[in-house]
Design a protein around this ligand. Structure first.
Ligand SMILES: N[C@@H](CCC(=O)N[C@@H](CS)C(=O)NCC(=O)O)C(=O)O
Length: 215
């Protein structure tokens, strides 16, 4: 199995963490690319993923791209029923939270984190305060939904970690970073859940190196 990936990407982190969680990481040929210098513009990645994006996983003659369905496929193939339950109701909940994180919560958070953290790490200039202000309204709207869902639960769907936590939690390290400007103290259940995720072995193994180097 081959994985094209990069550091500091929540999309890559959740796929890498899934591979760790499933005990598959040692079987993976990891190709870690520096996007800032264009290392990902290479023929073998484009052959596997016409978008030329990471994460991309190649398993046999199959190419997996888009991180959320990639995690589901890997978990299903590994028979990880606890991590990715296959009954219709839970599958609906998994797909619902994955759609929600892409369209709403992590879209807002991603824009904020790009401005406050990533641009500085990649030397791409000062944060755009207008973008941050606009997305902060969206962040508050959707973080309140997540905080309510996590009330009385350790993880999004209940007492055990599932693929949904990895999907929604992808940006946890960046959101917890002191420079992120993300007002997590207003959402204590979200903050506690992010810290719970960071403590999981699969999550700890995939902590963004750029952040720890700077710490
Ligand atoms: N929706 C995709 C997003 C993939 C994506 O945008 N990857 C970024 C890194 S986070 C990338 O490869 N950027 C390089 C580029 O677009 O050229 C997923 O979940 O996998």
């Amino acid at each position: 199995m081959k994985l094209f990936t990069t550091d500091l990407s929540p999309n890559c982190r959740r796929v890498e963490a899934t591979l760790h969680h499933l005990g598959l990481y040692d079987e993976v040929d990891v190709i870690r690319l520096n996007l800032a210098t264009g290392e990902h513009q290479r023929d073998d990645l484009r052959a596997a993923n016409p978008n030329g994006k990471v994460p991309t996983v190649v398993v046999g003659d199959m190419s997996l791209w888009e991180s959320n369905p990639t995690m589901i496929y890997l978990a299903d193939k590994a028979g990880a029923e606890d991590f990715c339950p296959s009954d219709a109701k839970t599958r609906f909940e998994i797909l619902r939270w994955m759609s929600w994180e892409l369209q709403h919560y992590n879209r807002a958070l991603g824009d904020i984190l790009w401005e406050t953290i990533a641009k500085a790490k990649f030397g791409m200039g000062a944060p755009d305060q207008e973008i941050i202000a606009k997305q902060m309204d969206n962040f508050h709207r959707f973080a309140a939904v997540l905080d309510a869902q996590l009330e009385g639960r350790d993880y999004i769907l209940g007492d055990t970690v599932t693929v949904v936590d990895f999907a929604v939690g992808g940006p946890s390290a960046l959101a917890l970073h002191p420079a992120s400007q993300v007002p997590l103290d207003a959402y204590p259940n979200v903050k506690a859940w992010y810290l719970r995720l960071e403590a999981l072995p699969a999550w700890a193994a995939t902590a963004p190196k750029i952040l720890s180097e700077a710490a």
